[in-house]
Design a protein around this ligand. Structure first.
Ligand code: ADP
Ligand code: ZN
Length: 712
């Protein structure tokens, strides 16, 4: 059995060996047993049911909660030469009938559908008339009412056990906690399923958490080191999403936005672009989540604190599904804590629920102020023991220094107490620094014993101390009042001098990289390829994109980055060698092998002009300026303008996509061209009046746009 499975793995999927527990899982299901698979994102869950599906007779039925997820998997399978289809509401009645006919004839191997579809009596009846290879229930945590992705329809899937007692069932999820696991077993009637529990570590993700100082600047530095890579930037509010996205675009980063307040067509189109184009940055609220199967998300940045470690793990886990290096970066500050506590306070729900949420937030804060290995702490929260520090997080990499903060912490707490436990951090710090302001004098705080006792520290040092005191629960936020700080019961031993307090020492970044990015260490995804490999890497990506557009699938469906990277490094010189590359199965070898060999063979040759055009158009659509495009494509700006003009003329690009011109200037240029009668004058004729103001290339683009309008 395992031997057959190995053959399928190599021939169809192009992989050499199973990962982790894949082999055991496949054996279990292929031989007719049930399985519960808990594996982190990117662990390779799909193969666990796809390989048994190919080994067993009959139709494999895969339940998936989202159309986007189904489409992605179906496209991937089709590229591999596997007959797969998804049955969903977007299909016309006729297409559905056709599909049913093909299924009856045994022409379809894997059928993807939504849970509510599957449990319709007519559907069940239809399936009873067929031979079923297996049922796979993907994203099985959707059955849990406690989870964030609860889908009531999943509850009905339990009946499959009784309806199809002889068909093996495999449930899969990337959700780690025990409670969800037990719920899956009970609700899906998987008492006899063998459990396959993998480590939830994501070794390729580099974790870094930095104190929020100048968040936008910090973000820019972080992104600057990762130009050209795709990633997600999470923000708490819709408003902030819009602002950050606009800010990034203005700074020359191709950013899109996604939140529940956007019209659904905009959301859908942004999501689609993020999946299909390369190097886009999605600025989003957590509404952007499940269904993001894009494997080459190279970073996940948090501009605000998530409300729990569960959320943090999930969100950061969207990076690096392909197993290649990815970065999880977060900037956090006291303001985040205040905001989340406020939200928690105002949320619906009983006291018990709020207390649970409060504990979750506290665990998140503890990770931020963690002095040990972040990965050990994170996995520890999920009851997984990592014996050694990971060596692949900021704390391991940079080392953490702590300092004895007992005395200043007492002063800080004392300032809270003496001022009546109702002032915010700003005021408290002013008092400690002895600032002689009206606001301090008003309530007579200049007469307090703590007034001016903290002059030997800077304002930001005091703010850091307060942040850590709140994060550790020694001080608390008064949410009934004005959001001032008050003491919490746990600070008494410290105030009484019975315990000491060690705090994280903040390393002030001289150049911003240490505090914000990972140029100080780690392996940022931007270093995926070396500078000397860059050119060929881009050529491979250009070819992939072209093929993806021809086949109307996302680029990673043609080949994942890991496969391109292996081609780049192992340099196959013929088809036999190409077949050895991981991820190159028989079908893909036949379809694409030659084309990629050609690119690999022609190192010296620059990318063909046709390919540059292709890339140029997607970059322009992604919002890059001509200057940025020129640097990305390593050609002159003049060249870029002339190619843009060409694309505009061919109506592959609109003028708005190509250029960001002020309206009145555009009007002026258009008028200049339209001045005379008849034919449009050549650029040379109008150029003079714009010398020094407008690059010539722009004139070519505007003219091309006018020309194409006239032709219509
Ligand atoms: P999950 O659903 O667990 O997040 P996927 O099934 O999407 O993970 O797999 C993640 C990536 O790893 C995919 O690109 C997949 O092709 C690849 N992969 C899975 N199993 C193997 C394997 N045995 N060898 C090489 N690559 C694999
Ligand atoms: Zn570590």
């Amino acid at each position: 059995m395992l031997e057959q499975a190995q053959r399928v793995l190599k021939d169809i999927f192009g992989y050499d060996s199973f990962r982790g527990r894949q082999g055991a899982i496949i054996e279990r299901v292929a031989s007719g047993g049930d399985a519960l698979v808990l594996m982190p994102t990117g662990g390779g869950k799909s193969l666990c049911f796809q390989v048994p599906a190919l080994l067993r007779e009959g139709l494999a039925v895969v339940v998936s909660p989202l159309i986007a997820l189904m489409d992605d998997q179906v496209a991937t399978l089709e590229e591999l030469g596997v007959a797969a289809a998804s049955l969903n509401s977007t299909l016309s009645a006729e297409a559905q009938r056709d599909l049913a006919v093909r299924i009856r004839r045994g022409e379809i191997k894997m059928l993807y559908l939504a849970p509510e579809r599957l449990v319709q009596p007519r559907m069940l009846e239809f399936l009873h008339g067929l031979q079923i290879a297996l049922f796979a229930i993907d994203e099985a945590h959707c059955v849990s009412a406690w989870g964030h992705d609860f889908r009531p329809e999943y509850l009905q899937l339990g009946q499959l056990a009784e309806q199809f007692p002889d068909v093996p069932r495999i449930a899969l999820t990337a959700t780690a906690d025990k409670r969800t696991r037990e719920e899956i077993v009970t609700r899906l009637h998987l008492q006899n399923a063998e459990r396959f529990l993998s480590s939830f570590d994501r070794p390729n993700i580099f974790y870094r958490i930095v104190p929020k100082d100048q968040p936008r600047k910090q973000l820019l530095t972080f992104l600057g080191e990762r130009r050209g890579n795709a990633g997600i930037v999470y923000c708490l509010s819709r408003k902030k999403v819009d602002e950050v996205a606009a800010f990034l675009c203005a700074q020359g980063f191709p950013a899109l936005s996604y939140h529940a307040g956007l019209p659904s067509d905009v959301r859908a189109s942004n999501q689609k672009r993020f999946l299909n184009e390369e190097g886009l940055i999605m600025v989003a609220t957590i509404a952007f989540g499940m269904g993001i199967d894009k494997p080459n998300v190279r970073f996940v940045a948090h501009m605000d604190l998530p409300k729990s470690l569960e959320a943090y793990y999930q969100e950061t886990g969207r990076g690096g599904r392909d197993g290649l290096p990815a970065d999880a970066w977060m900037a956090y500050g006291l303001q985040d804590v205040l905001m989340l506590k406020q939200m928690l306070q105002n949320s619906e729900g009983d006291e018990v629920h709020k207390r649970v949420e409060q504990h979750k937030l506290d665990a998140m804060l503890a990770l931020c102020e963690e002095t040990r290995c972040r990965r050990q702490a994170l996995l520890g929260y999920f009851d997984e023991d990592l014996p050694q520090p990971c060596g692949h997080c900021d704390n391991c990499m940079d080392g953490v220094q702590t300092w004895d903060a007992t005395e200043p912490a007492r002063q800080a707490l004392s300032a809270i107490f003496r001022t009546g436990q109702r002032y915010g951090v700003g005021h408290l710090v002013d008092v400690l620094l002895g600032k002689d302001t009206e606001k301090v004098r008003g309530p007579g705080h200049e007469k307090l014993a703590v007034f001016g006792v903290g002059k030997d520290r800077s304002e930001s040092e005091w703010r850091t101390i307060y942040r850590q005191l709140v994060a550790r629960g020694l001080a608390d936020v008064d949410l009934e009042g004005y959001g001032g700080l008050r003491l919490s019961a746990t600070c008494r031993p410290l105030l009484r001098g019975e315990v000491t307090l060690e705090l994280r020492k903040e390393v002030k970044a001289p150049s911003s990289s240490r505090g914000t990015g990972s140029s100080s260490g780690g392996s940022p995804a931007s270093q995926l390829v070396r500078p000397d490999e860059r050119e060929q890497w881009e050529a491979l990506r250009v070819l992939r994109r072209k093929l993806a557009e021809e086949h109307a699938v996302p680029p990673y469906v043609i080949f994942p980055d890991s496969t391109l990277l292996e081609m780049l490094r192992s340099k196959p010189g013929n088809m036999a060698e190409m077949a050895q590359v991981s991820g190159v199965g028989a079908r893909k070898l036949e379809r694409y092998g030659e084309a990629f060999l050609e690119v690999l063979g022609g190192t010296e040759a620059p990318a063909p002009v046709a390919d540059i055009r292709h890339e140029l158009i997607s970059l322009a659509r992604a919002g890059m300026t001509p200057t940025q495009i020129a640097s990305q494509l390593a050609c002159t700006e003049k060249n870029v303008y002339s190619l843009l003009a060409e694309a505009i003329g061919a109506q592959q690009l609109s003028l708005e996509q190509a250029l960001d011109l002020p309206e009145d200037l555009l009007g002026e240029i258009q008028d200049a061209f339209l001045d005379g009668e008849g034919e449009l004058p050549p650029v040379a004729q109008v150029q003079e009046q714009f010398t020094g103001r407008v690059p010539e290339g722009i004139l070519y683009c505007v003219r091309a746009a006018l020309q194409s309008e006239f032709e219509v």
